[in-house]
Design a protein around this ligand. Structure first.
Ligand code: NAD
Length: 356
């Protein structure tokens, strides 16, 4: 049984902790938090041992009626592997602590790639993390793109990818983020940072990315054009993608027209927090013209990196499971792919207007 410590119990950390809990080969060694906010009370309610990460030690937690049983150093000492889910840039400042304890560590996409030996997406480069001491689970957008590129590259070869990322303004809990009434080229510079980040996983991939930020908290949406090295028909691409456990081909019959209904669907399906761990690819958007593939996909920024963190734990610390075995184990325990109607029939042609 692997004892997994979680340092940082916010949007990503609390989801990773709950995902660790349901794995048959892992248990939560404890969670470290800086402030005794509502998430600290949830950690205690869930039965996780709470460790203090802030300068005030356990005092602010005790003042809030919460029992912190040690410091973040104690948590690292009690862990076989640590998942660092602190805010972007903070993880790098924790790296020496993990190294001092000789504890393998997993960082998140808000860190620069140099924080770890490997930038990790299970479907793309699991083996590169086996035997490493550190890995960085790449950002939600990079994860979503890499999961899509891995089967396309293997089946057809990729000549060039061009992606426009329509990014959510913030997570639901990030009340200070925006915009609230605008559409921003973000970043204005081209390519956006996403392309180079994908290249930390696929070093030889030719990719251009453009980013925009819009007033939603629901999900990111990607407009994808990939020039392949061969010319499959769209039905073959749909079947290829439908075979991937972390890609959900949204059937036209469900009447899901955007991220709002996707989130509603997964809430109705009983997913914890309404989480969507899979890339959501609109089946009828999958179009091939010559060697050019086009599609739309939505990425739930709070959730898609969660199964990747579980696989990264296994790659760093168990070292016996293959990529396919770890992905299957993670997906079965978490329920990835469950409760969703998979794409089956060929979509009907869609009549549309061009007024927007
Ligand atoms: P968050 O702000 O929701 O949570 C961070 C948690 O860490 C909070 O509980 C905070 O109190 C705690 N914390 C702050 N400083 C700390 C410290 N020094 N030691 C221990 N804990 C500390 O952040 P998040 O959205 O969960 O992001 C965490 C990482 O995951 C970042 O690298 C981010 O870029 C990445 N990520 C975030 C998303 C997303 O959409 N939220 C998606 C993918 C990756």
């Amino acid at each position: 049984m692997l004892h997994v410590g979680i340092n940082g119990f916010g949007t990503i950390g609390k989801r990773v902790a709950d995902a660790v809990c349901v794995q048959p080969d892992m248990t939560v060694a404890g969670v470290a938090k800086r402030s005794p906010n509502f998430e600290a009370t949830i950690a205690v309610d869930r039965g996780y041992d709470l460790f203090a990460a802030g300068e005030g030690g356990a005092d602010p937690f005790e003042a809030a009626g919460l029992d912190a049983i040690g410091t973040v150093g104690d948590l690292v000492a009690a862990s076989d592997v640590v998942v660092d889910a602190t805010p972007g840039g903070v993880g790098a400042t924790n790296a020496a602590l993990y190294a001092d304890h000789d504890t393998p560590a997993i960082f998140q996409g808000g860190e620069t790639p140099t924080v770890a030996e490997v930038s990790f997406v299970a479907r793309a480069n699991y083996d590169a993390a086996v035997g490493a001491d550190t890995a960085r689970v790449v950002s939600c957008n990079t994860t979503g793109l890499s999961r899509l590129f891995a089967p396309l590259e293997a089946a057809y070869g990729i000549e060039k990818a061009r992606i426009t990322l329509v990014r959510r303004g913030g997570d639901p809990g990030q009340t200070g983020r925006g915009p609230i009434n605008d559409t921003l080229p973000d970043p204005v510079e081209i390519p956006s940072h996403h392309g180079p980040d994908v290249q930390t996983v696929f070093p030889d991939l030719a990719i251009d990315t453009m980013g925009m930020t819009v007033p939603t908290t629901q999900m990111h949406t990607h407009s994808v054009n990939v020039t392949l090295q061969s010319a499959p028909d769209a039905a073959a691409v749909r079947e290829l993608l439908a075979d991937e456990s972390r890609l959900f081909l949204v059937p036209e019959t469900l009447g899901i027209d955007g991220a709002g209904k996707l989130k509603e669907y997964t809430r109705d399906a009983g997913r914890p927090r309404g989480d969507v761990w899979e890339n959501c690819i609109w089946a009828e958007s999958v179009t091939v013209e010559g060697r050019d593939l086009y599609l739309f996909q939505a990425i739930h920024q709070e959730a898609d990196v969660v199964p990747e963190n579980i696989d990264a734990v296994r790659a760093l610390s168990e070292r016996t499971a293959s990529a396919a075995q770890s992905i299957r184990r993670t997906d079965e325990a978490l329920g990835v792919g469950e409760g969703l109607v998979q794409h089956g029939a060929e979509p009907a042609s869609v009549e549309g207007t061009a007024d927007d």
